[in-house]
Design a protein. Structure first.
Length: 300
């Protein structure tokens, strides 16, 4: 659940992922007399990473006639940029007229909202980070790493470095026929709650460690605990602009970029986040709009 006009606080800092592993070189093979030495196999290019973590953004906006502009650097995401300047990612999307799937590009000039003034000297970086807010919608629309804009196509034989960030695989086709992620009854339904709160999904009773299954075929867009209140959270993007969310898990069994099938176990239910008993927070969203799972799936 969320409070109206008050999204959950960002708890996890964005990290820099760097470095690669090494190993010892094998001794050369000795050829038999009269036989040529066997040719060494061609090295395989390292596969691109999908379990990539956004790099830290260092604020350094350029002042132009249109306003302050941030030039996107390799490894940055929209969320990381918005967080660095203390502005809502949704405003950056609107100001720059970004369209789905909201992928930014290295070298792109992003206008910053006018409210993104320089912080007061008395405000520390830690205080700015705690004041920054993030929602499930932000993660879905602003969590893609910046893509490169090559001047010319790279040759097919060019190796791919292990730390190259990759956008999520495409999800095509029609909307899936969703299913319930676990059999537990609804203990908190969709819609307004006491105290001005609003549940964007439903909460299902669960046993600790119970398998949580994907509601439909799709691609994991997020797996982590960066959104306060939801604990260990998985977001899956589906065809037709749909997204499903699974919160309060005790363990996540998938990583960003993984393709999943309907019914595949993606997590273990738990009691993480702001809940008093084991349960699963389950959402279905079409674009930015949450939809009542009970009305869409039925049977509860």
């Amino acid at each position: 659940m969320r409070a109206r006009n008050a999204p959950a606080l960002l708890l996890a800092a964005l990290l820099v992922l760097a470095g690669c592993s090494g190993g010892e070189r094998a001794p050369p093979l000795r050829a038999s007399i009269g036989s040529p030495a066997p040719a060494a196999p061609a090295p395989r290019p390292a596969p691109p990473r999908t379990d990539w973590v956004a790099r830290k953004v260092v604020p350094g906006a350029v002042v132009t006639a249109q306003g302050r502009v941030h030039i996107v650097k390799p490894g940055e995401t929209g969320i990381a940029i918005a967080r660095a300047y203390g502005v809502p990612w949704r405003e950056v999307v609107t100001l720059n007229r970004l369209n789905e799937p909201y992928v930014i590009a290295v070298g792109q000039r992003l206008l910053l909202p006018a409210a993104a003034a320089a912080p007061r000297p008395a405000v520390t970086l830690e205080e700015r980070a705690r004041a920054f807010t993030i929602t499930i919608d932000d993660v879905v629309t602003g969590g893609q790493p910046a893509t490169a804009r090559p001047a010319r196509p790279a040759p097919a034989s060019a190796p791919t470095t292990v730390d190259q960030p990759m956008p999520l695989p495409a999800v095509t086709g029609g909307a899936p026929a969703f299913r319930w992620p676990l059999p537990g009854r609804i203990i908190s339904g969709f819609g307004p709650k006491a105290g001005g709160r609003f549940n964007d999904g439903v909460n299902l009773k669960a046993s600790p460690g119970e398998p949580v299954r994907a509601a439909g075929d799709g691609v994991v867009a997020y797996a982590g605990d960066a959104i306060a209140g939801f604990g260990q959270l998985v977001l899956v993007k589906h065809a037709g602009g749909w997204v499903s969310a699974y919160g309060h898990n005790e363990a996540l069994l998938v990583a960003r970029g993984a393709r999943v099938k309907a019914g595949e176990v993606i997590a273990r239910a738990g009691q993480t986040g702001a809940v008093a008993e084991p349960q699963l927070h389950f959402e279905l969203r079409r674009g930015r709009a949450p939809v009542d799972p009970a009305r869409l799936i039925g049977g509860r």
